[in-house]
Design a protein around this ligand. Structure first.
Ligand code: PMP
Length: 451
């Protein structure tokens, strides 16, 4: 692009485009993406970057997959739009495929985003308990540090102070419990199995609230945006048992962890024997090529919506939810993930990247390196013993230094005031080994330089 053209674009951006999450900054120039190739993209200046966060952890197969674009094109010229008050073939096939992938019998309601998938889950859960003869069960439990979306219901489940502070009061009925965060355990330093204590805390809260008032627990198998928090496999098993005991639905948010990100098709699959009542998906469902959200519900739950052979329907609709082109894209995306053995690859390569990144724990600034599959978090500290979080300046410098070397990485957003000190790395699942080596080498060299 010509310099003048670029300047004009930047001016229009400043005047008219409202960016997500960022503060307005007169001096900063926006990074304007122009073209992508696999895990890389070029901005308007022609500078090249490796996308170490897959967009917003969604571009799992990278840019430019012609098969996916072709699937969207063919669907768009064939049946451009069709509502799911009726039915269409890509949605039917995708719902059946999701059920197969979840290794159970599931019925899926389609929407457009992760937030909407979670909103849908809350409505289904509340209505399910009514249909099941327990109309008093309306409360939801989620964990501090969790992110579940930006719409008011999903935001109410999002227990991150800074994201909420200007928009509260939240929707009534949302409760929060400690996360299974062993590095900064709310149950004290060096307490063994602190993640299981966090699970048991959910049991206590349900008892205190009265189980006849609690509809569901919503959680990510691994907290992603809230700082990459990786509990033991036992944690989710324990939570699932607790939910079952209290007739509380287990809602697993697989918006980030679904479709291979963690080295299993779904994150919950790391915990053997866990079969969630509801699974929500978005992002990786289409690898970000088109918007799509999905709320998959165990068929036994769906059955409760049929009374006297008649379905007492869910009073919920989304015009574009389950758009034919989005469903066609999702089907193609899943086909590629399966055919290319992406999930096993992520599991295998993810382990070796984690080992390499763990070497950084010898540095004074690195408190802990955590990861599963292609989801990594590096918690930076000022003082290793005291675990004082790294300063804002340090975080900004590290991210800027990576960018200067051609690598985009992220950080936990507005988790807790003063605790936004986790670098987040989540490269496309299809990244080449060379790209991954580049990514690791840049992170290592930047952190070794200090901040
Ligand atoms: N759940 C999780 C775990 C997420 O990370 C996100 C998005 N970052 C959402 C839900 C919301 O998804 P969306 O932005 O598509 O509404």
């Amino acid at each position: 692009k010509q310099l003048l053209e670029i300047q004009e674009l930047i001016q229009k951006d400043k005047d008219h485009l409202w960016h997500a999450m960022s503060r307005y900054n007169e001096k900063a120039t926006p990074l304007i993406g122009m073209r992508g190739e696999g895990g890389w993209f070029f901005d308007v200046n022609g500078d090249k970057f490796f996308d170490g966060v897959s967009g917003l952890w969604c571009l799992n197969l990278g840019h430019g997959r012609k098969e996916i674009a072709q699937a969207a094109y063919e669907q768009m010229v064939n049946l451009s739009y069709f509502p799911l008050t009726l039915s269409h073939i890509p949605a039917i096939q995708l719902s059946a495929k999701i059920s197969e992938l979840l290794q159970g019998s599931y019925t899926t309601f389609f929407s457009n985003s992760g937030s909407e998938a979670n909103e849908t889950a809350f409505k289904i859960a509340r209505q399910y308990h009514i249909q099941n003869g327990h109309p008093g069960k309306y409360k939801f439990i989620s964990r501090y540090r969790a992110y579940h979306g930006s719409t008011l219901g999903a935001l109410s489940a999002t227990a991150q102070a800074n994201r909420r502070i200007k928009y509260d009061p939240a929707v009534p009925g949302f409760l929060h419990v400690p996360p299974p965060y062993s590095y900064r355990s709310p149950f004290g330093e060096h307490v063994p199995d602190s993640d299981l204590l966090a699970a048991d805390y959910i049991d206590q809260v349900i008892n205190w609230e009265g189980s006849e008032t609690v509809a569901g627990v919503i959680l990510e198998p691994f907290i992603s945006g809230g700082g990459v928090i990786i509990p033991s496999k036992e944690y989710l098993k324990r939570v699932a048992e607790i939910c079952k005991k209290h007739d509380v639905l287990l809602i697993v948010d697989e918006v980030v962890s679904g479709f291979g990100r963690t080295g299993e098709m779904f994150g919950f699959m790391h915990s053997e024997g866990v079969q969630p009542d509801i699974v929500t998906m978005a992002k990786g469902l289409t690898s970000g090529y088109l918007p799509l959200g999905a709320t998959a519900v165990r068929s036994e739950i769906y059955e409760k919506f049929k009374e006297n052979g008649k379905q007492d329907h869910l009073r919920h609709i989304s015009t574009f939810g389950g758009h034919p082109a989005s469903c066609a894209v999702a089907l193609k995306n899943i086909e590629i993930i399966e055919n290319e053995g992406i999930v096993d690859r992520v599991s295998r390569l993810g382990e070796s990247i984690l080992l390499e990144l763990r070497e950084l724990e010898s540095l004074d600034k690195v408190g802990e390196v955590r990861g599963v599959g292609f989801l990594f978090g590096i918690e930076l500290v000022e003082d290793k013993k005291l675990k004082t979080p790294a300063s804002e300046e340090c975080m900004v410098n590290v991210i800027a230094a990576c960018k200067k070397k051609g690598l985009i990485i992220g950080r936990n957003g507005d988790t807790v005031p003063g605790l936004n000190n986790v670098l987040i790395i989540a490269p496309p699942l299809s990244s080449t080994e060379e790209d991954l080596r580049f990514m690791v080498q840049v992170i290592k060299s930047v952190l070794r330089e200090g901040c």
